[in-house]
Design a binder for this molecule. Structure first.
Ligand code: AMP
Ligand code: MG
Length: 360
């Protein structure tokens, strides 16, 4: 049986997407459904209505920005302009994006890129290095083979996995920061920034909002959340973190609620994009050592000031598992994590105690 997350809502989302002409739009379907994190309304209602705008499609997900204050409308509109600009640079499934130009020149020539593409690729390579390749932004050939989240995902043969894995190697990405170029050394290689681009975009949006005088806001880019300032009335934001164990056809269930501000909360998990064959779930976070979906965990949530780093780390920790993940986190002071292990049990870094209300 082929099934994706919350299959019952798939037709609804497909209808919403009907207006998108880009071929990659359909690839987004399951990701649009499970957002991992929601921002909950507080117990203290305020009379001030926020400006709220939601869009489907950018970064292949649903993005919501809610903002309070005088400049909220301008800030939110400019934030969406920025998201569209970054989406067009980083989308590996759009042949005209900057990343696709780098990919189509693999093995042939370095490609000149914008400072944003250079910056996000350099940060992705940093996570690749510190994780020994558990995080690898050259996972595209493998991701395309599995096609999780697209129309016809399938379990590839061992031979296909071996061939794709031969093209996954972050050490073959040559970045020339002086000339602002990126070169993939072997033909057939491809960059996939899916594990870090949304976090980077959220950080950029936060800067746009603050530059425009907006200081009370939330950004939720498909589960990459940032909450800024306090809500009118002085309340902090409450962020609900989806429980990977919740029944996808049931109502949303949270594993915990985080309360805070000026901080990012990002989750990765086996419940966001997946398909099932013969009762086995195959999800979208791939272990570059095996070529198969990573098996150590069901979910990770990372909390810290940089959304780019939270995004990079949530994927990295998901592949590494609890022990190696905690070791790696020790190099990131102020960054906290929640792990949901294969048996469903929850482990949190000690500083989160008292800041996350566990719901089970
Ligand atoms: P996230 O939801 O942030 O954990 O990112 C998952 C996405 O990152 C996938 O849909 C792929 O596009 C990409 N990806 C999958 N496996 C890896 C990996 N091991 N390292 C880096 N990116 C990956
Ligand atoms: Mg990530």
């Amino acid at each position: 049986m082929l099934r994706d997350g919350k299959g019952r809502r798939r037709d609804y989302v497909r209808r919403l997407l009907a207006g998108f002409s880009r071929p990659h739009a359909l690839i987004a379907v399951p990701a649009l459904i499970i957002l991992s994190i929601v921002v909950l309304s507080s117990g203290c209602p305020s009379s001030e209505e926020p400006v709220s705008r939601e869009e489907l499609g950018l970064f292949d997900t649903r993005i919501e920005i809610r903002a309070y204050g005088r400049n909220a409308k301008t800030g939110v509109d400019r934030a969406f302009d920025e998201l569209a600009r970054l989406h067009n640079l980083f989308n590996a499934y759009d042949p005209n994006s900057e990343i696709s130009k780098v990919n189509s020149n693999a093995g042939r020539a370095p490609v000149k890129v914008t400072s944003e593409t250079l910056e996000v690729v350099e940060r992705a390579l940093y996570f690749a290095r510190i994780s020994g390749g558990a995080f690898d932004p050259t996972v595209l050939p493998l991701a395309k083979l599995w096609n999780v989240g697209a129309e016809n995902p399938r379990v590839p043969s061992e031979e296909e996995i071996r061939s794709a894995l031969a093209l996954v190697d972050y050490t073959k990405v040559l970045v020339d920061s002086e000339h602002s170029t990126i070169f993939l050394e072997a033909p057939g290689m491809g960059l996939d920034l899916g594990a870090i681009a949304k976090g980077y975009a959220v950080d950029k949006v936060v800067s746009v909002l603050r530059r425009n005088g907006v200081n009370s806001f939330l950004v939720n880019a498909g589960g990459n959340v940032y909450v800024g300032g306090k809500k009118p009335g002085g309340t902090l934001w409450r962020v609900g973190i989806t429980d990977p164990l919740a029944d996808p056809s049931g109502t949303e269930r949270y594993l915990g609620i985080f309360t805070g501000t000026d901080i990012s909360v990002v989750s990765s998990g086996d419940y966001q994009r997946y398909f099932e064959v013969g009762g086995v779930r195959y999800h979208h976070i791939l272990d570059p050592k095996t070529g198969y979906p990573a098996k150590n965990l069901r979910g990770t949530t990372v909390i810290g000031v940089s959304s780019t780093d939270c995004d990079g780390l949530s994927t990295t920790l998901f592949v590494l598992g609890v022990d190696k993940g905690k070791e790696l986190l020790s190099g990131f002071p102020g960054v906290e994590a929640i792990f949901v292990k294969a048996d469903g049990s929850i482990e949190m870094t000690p500083n989160l105690k008292g800041r996350v209300e566990l719901q089970r």
